[in-house]
Design a protein around this ligand. Structure first.
Ligand code: SF4
Ligand code: SF4
Length: 223
């Protein structure tokens, strides 16, 4: 899921002040931002109180089922058309993808209410960890299902670095060095150590990413 954190309130206030927005519509997200406790109903209501404390009017709000889904967000925008029409700006409590979807769905100025920080694993309720940066050329087959690119603080594909001591990471000292962990798991599973992995081909990580499943099924593709 996409992990988000609240954006600095001063920055949101400055954005709204810049266009003289006194009336605001708030859009949350029922998926990742709800699980991360940054953009669900509770946070939307808290943001409503903050805006009202600033002397602004909240014309309405919604929590989209999946705010990065253009069709669903357009539908929500239609359902709340009057409240959106009465607003000067839309504040979106969702990841950057959700903010852009909302900006495509309405004609009003749209502002992010959150910062998008990483693609996260839910380790347990309320605890998220980054395990994948979506590099487009996965090495997990060679590294026992542990991503060195993401989970080594230096992003080293091959390691350990010279700072590893007694199996521990020199940066995150309470953690086992990722490369030690990879070797340990490979040994436990009776698998060979892969040797030096070749440099990653970052051309595989083309931006902006785009996949068209419909075309792929019809024999086309995506990247
Ligand atoms: S190598 Fe790491 S960053 Fe790349 S796709 Fe695999 S898990 Fe994700
Ligand atoms: S000790 Fe290991 S995990 Fe920590 S920075 Fe060095 S190589 Fe990466």
């Amino acid at each position: 899921m996409i992990i988000t954190r609240p954006r600095e309130w001063e920055r949101i206030r400055d954005d709204l002040d810049q266009i003289g927005a006194r009336a605001v519509f708030i859009m949350g997200c029922g998926q990742c931002a709800t699980v991360a406790h940054t953009g669900g109903e509770e946070e939307v209501l808290r943001t409503t109180a903050l805006l009202e404390r600033d002397g602004r009017k909240v014309t309405g709000w919604a929590v989209g089922e999946v705010t990065c889904h253009l069709g669903g967000t357009r539908l929500d925008a239609r359902k709340h058309a009057d409240e959106i029409a009465a607003s000067d700006a839309i504040l979106v409590l969702a990841c950057g993808a959700g903010v852009q979807t909302m900006a495509d769905a309405v004609a009003k100025p749209v502002y992010p209410g959150l910062e998008s920080v990483f693609l996260g694993n839910v380790v347990r309720h309320g605890v998220f960890e980054e395990r994948c940066q979506m590099c487009g050329e996965c090495v997990l087959d060679k590294t026992a299902g542990i991503c060195p690119v993401t989970t080594c603080p230096k992003g080293l594909l091959n390691g350990p670095c010279g700072g590893m001591w007694d199996g521990k990471c020199e940066v995150l000292r309470d953690r086992e060095c990722v490369h030690v962990k990879i070797r340990r798991r490979l040994a436990e599973q009776g698998r060979p150590v892969p040797g030096v992995l070749p440099p990653k081909d970052y051309s595989k990580k083309l931006k902006p990413g785009s996949v068209n499943v419909r075309e792929s099924r019809a024999g086309g593709g995506g990247r």
